[in-house]
Ligand binder design. Sequence first.
Ligand SMILES: Cc1cc2nc3c(=O)[nH]c(=O)nc-3n(C[C@H](O)[C@H](O)[C@H](O)COP(=O)(O)OP(=O)(O)OC[C@H]3O[C@@H](n4cnc5c(N)ncnc54)[C@H](O)[C@@H]3O)c2cc1C
Ligand code: FES
Length: 504
Amino acid sequence: MTIQSSVWLGTASLPRYQALDADQETDVVVVGGGLIGLTTALHLQQEGVGVVLLEGGRIATRTSGNTTGKVTSQHGAVYAGLLDRHGRDKAQQYAAANQEAVDEVDAIARRLGIDCELSRGPSYVYSTGDLRDEAEAARELGLPAQLADPLEMGLPLSAASAVRFDNQLLLHPARYLAGLASAFTGAGGRIFERTRVTELNAEGDGVEARTESGRRVVARHAVAATLLPFGTLGGYFARTRPNQSHGIAVKLPVQAPTAMTISAEAPTRSTRPWPGGGPNGLIVVGADHETGGQEDTNASYQSLVDWVDQLWGTKVQPEYRWSAEDYSTADQLPYVGKAPGSPVLVATGMHKWGLSNGTVAAGILRDLVLGRSNRWSDVFDAGRIGDARSVAKLVQDNLKVGKEFAAGHLRRLLGPGLDHVEVGEGGLFDLDGTTVGAYRDQGGTLHTVVPVCTHLGCPLRWNQGDSTWDCNCHGSRFAPDGAVLDGPATSPLEKPDQRNGKRG
Ligand SMILES: Cc1cc2nc3c(=O)[nH]c(=O)nc-3n(C[C@H](O)[C@H](O)[C@H](O)COP(=O)(O)OP(=O)(O)OC[C@H]3O[C@@H](n4cnc5c(N)ncnc54)[C@H](O)[C@@H]3O)c2cc1C
Ligand code: FES
């Protein structure tokens, strides 16, 4: 049977923390317990700055705990493009920042004694075309890159060219994050889980975080490390796109390739060894699509299985399968720093390379709080989104988009009435002339929601492969009972009886 969980979350024991039940005062409030929030919080606490970290769900369980676990400066075949688009200085900063992050993650894990399956090895990007320009650009930018024979990868496929980056890093991301959290609390930091922040407002010289349950944390600085800044903070929701990838962990009939590999062209196929699966264990991640943009996400998982079956002439049954999302920016560079028109520091748009980009981001955020300069703040500048006034206009223009969009998009009904919703089935149904979202769980309980995103009102799509409600506008995801899984939304979905004004 395939377990619906990342292989990492399925094999890590994460510490648990209480929900916030009293107002707090601190130096810095960090919102979000993924890689960026935890690394930033740890850095600051170790510098003697008091930090309270607020996590809406459980730490490490969203995107960071669902990665491929590659810590590498090889972000696909991006360097020829970055050089061309941003010029030598910026491309070199991006390259150097990420290459240093590989060593930094390794050093942090070793210093803290985190048992997270660290291993070093080559990473390859391969193509059906010619990657000589990519190899040359990466070398020119100072990266440990070489044009390589695709046969070196050990993948049974034919590629015309490949670029190898030497000495890159693999880890077990959930164990790494659990280790960061323990080190942070060990240094005096405080973590509160199941504590969703709904607002970050200026308060005197500082910032006040307000939570869903009405608690407040007042701090001198606030960091939103929430994958995408939530609500309309900074207008980043309108300048990024959410993209979901799928992953499987399988045991091959033969020894798995030991190198990391990734295809340069779509459909993306990213592989790495799966140590927990023994010598034949392989992880494959890819089948990307915009969040909420795919009709049948089971087909996305199947496409990864088919790829393995075809390459190795076998019929594998994945032991784990999972998906997660990340955000991309139009110019390929993340946004890290102060959000325009707000006192809040943000980090977003990691382009599915947030283990390295996010480690760089945490260093920038720490230095901004401490008033130090940082070598990489320029290339990741969060202010390039525009000034406060243009961001306010961007937000205003977007506020009406969702609701207008929703009006014409809730018509794809599976059938009238809810009685015949099968176990495991979900979608849009007609209930007395009203469209509702419904899902019957494995225990037979029917969950109904208003299938309209609580961020800006876009219609939601049922994701049958992951049993979630997904929003294609800006990437919010909700559980079958309507609870927020991923922002920018901060409120759960309404229940049909709430909207009709009836009592449940
Ligand atoms: C399938 C996949 C594979 C990937 N593989 C790799 C890889 O191999 N290497 C690599 O470098 N990168 C990889 N990435 C990218 C990388 O995982 C992300 O860029 C990175 O994890 C982002 O970290 P984060 O801390 O910003 O986000 P998250 O890990 O999502 O953390 C954000 C946290 O904020 C919390 N939160 C959100 N809103 C609120 C709120 N309002 N109040 C309180 N808490 C809130 C969430 O619950 C969550 O825990 C991958 C991405 C995907 C999707
Ligand atoms: S995430 Fe913005 S409307 Fe859904």
